[in-house]
Design a protein around this ligand. Structure first.
Ligand code: AKB
Length: 313
């Protein structure tokens, strides 16, 4: 058993709730402290209620458990962020500055910072390269771009080992996303399994980069465990799983649930989706630390439907 003590901030969220369990399997139950602004409905291990905009509260937890690694997952996502731009900027940046400073002052050895495909904007035609121009169109994207640059700054200035992935939309059966533009790709499976018609807030041909949750977990821990000299990108690594449009995911579902129906009613999230790349080139992640996704769209669909059937039937 490794002697790490890992703090996960934002542990109740879509990624956090799965990542905490994943990390506990690897590092041990007591080695992973879950924290969130809300008390979870069910808590199976160590949990601390934490408002990460409060640096003192964060420092108390870090010193109490002698935390060695922080996964900072708390953030307001792309769609929700556009409702309250200044609040989103404040929360996304203040929590990250607190993590960086508390980590620096208390000898935390590693930080994971989740970035996003939202760092890309109109300058990218279809496929985003690792070093494509970053001109984000949302406050969320602006905050992630700034966060990446601050990560690089703390790495260069203080030698802090901060690692980051630009997550595409994450699809999983264990938890629901909230406030994102890619959220439809989770909701659609729930509606399909429940036998309901799915009303999609994006148009049928809106292709976006996505990844299955198991691949996202694998990539996250693979990056965090990579030897330091292999981590050559200190802003954020491009990460790809698959790319599909609402029409394509619906067709994949219809292979298993032939009478599944989807209708299209694009709303304000269409503009956000249109500003993002359709595909991601993740060759730097593949070359540096051996990243390879295991899931295709159809393989993901089979697992999503099988798991959600257990939940609903
Ligand atoms: C969102 O849709 O805002 C997120 C993301 C792609 O970062 N899922």
């Amino acid at each position: 058993m490794r002697t790490e003590c890992i703090l996960v901030i934002g542990a109740n969220g879509q990624i956090g709730s799965v990542l905490v369990e994943y990390l506990r399997e690897i590092y041990g139950m007591d080695q992973v402290i879950a924290s969130d602004i809300r008390q979870p409905e069910f808590s199976t291990g160590r949990f601390e209620k934490l408002d990460a905009t409060d640096a003192n509260a964060l420092a108390l937890i870090v010193t109490k458990y002698k935390v060695t690694q922080i996964y900072h997952l708390a953030a307001i996502l792309s769609a929700k962020g556009e409702q309250e731009p200044l609040k989103t900027w404040h929360i996304n940046m203040q929590t990250y500055f607190n993590v960086l400073e508390v980590a620096r002052e208390n000898g935390v050895t590693k930080i994971f910072y989740p970035s996003s495909i939202a760092v890309f904007g109109d300058q990218v035609e279809d496929k985003a390269e690792q070093w494509s121009y970053l001109d984000p169109a949302t406050v969320y994207g602006i905050s992630k771009t700034a966060g990446e640059n601050w990560s690089n700054y703390y790495f260069k200035r203080y030698g802090m080992d901060i690692r980051s992935l630009r997550y595409p939309g994450i699809v999983g059966y264990q938890s629901m996303p909230g406030g994102g533009t890619t959220d439809y790709a989770v909701d659609i499976y729930h509606k399909a399994v429940k036998g309901e018609v799915f009303e999609c807030f994006l148009s049928e041909d809106t292709k976006l980069p996505m990844i299955y949750i198991s691949d996202a977990m694998d990539a996250t821990v693979r990056l965090m465990e990579a030897p330091k000299e292999k981590v050559t990108v200190r802003t954020g690594y491009n990460l790809a799983g698959m790319s599909f449009s609402p029409k394509e995911i619906a067709a994949s579902i219809q292979k298993i649930i032939p009478d599944f129906k989807i209708i299209y009613k694009p709303d304000f999230r269409q503009e956000i989706a249109d500003s993002w790349p359709k595909e991601i080139d993740d060759s730097a992640a593949r070359k540096d630390w051996g990243w390879r996704p295991a899931y295709s769209l159809d393989k993901m669909t089979e697992e999503m439907i099988a798991e959600l059937r257990k939940k609903y039937q």
